[in-house]
Design a protein around this ligand. Sequence first.
Ligand code: DAT
Ligand code: MG
Length: 149
Amino acid sequence: MEQTFVMVKPDGVQRGLTGKIISTLEEKGYKLRAIKMLRLSEKMAGKHYAEHVEKSFYSSLLQYITSGPVVAMVWEGKNAVKGARTIIGKTNPLEADPGSIRGKYAIDLGRNVIHGSDSPESAQREIAIYFNPEELVDYSMANDKWIYE
Ligand code: DAT
Ligand code: MG
């Protein structure tokens, strides 16, 4: 089973979308392995967005992501990285499918509510920034046999 890192960004928390986002991923059938609320330090935010350090929007991205608490999560399931990205929608909410989280709840690129890893490798890198391995809770879900064939 694949793991992905999903984070409700400060705008998502402030707008009261955390519950809806968790519900959406739960209802899909993914398993929640870890969750925590925290406020990112500049250092953590820099690690998370290291790939964007040279981009013109980097400083505003760091300012935004450190502007309030976030909810960091690890979700697990078959093809969870791609599946969660589909549910999250394209980076620019204008191009996001209207049924996706960004399509439903966001307007501006710089206020797109949620983060999701873009590959299994990114997911493992990002999970390690936010969680110690022992914080990933290991358990089985009673309804797995009704979700997976
Ligand atoms: P995603 O969050 O869909 O993985 P990304 O990794 O390319 O997108 O960028 C990280 C975040 O940075 C994104 O959620 C919003 C912001 N961002 C991306 N491209 C941008 C741009 N051209 N102008 C302003 N902000 C941008
Ligand atoms: Mg990304």
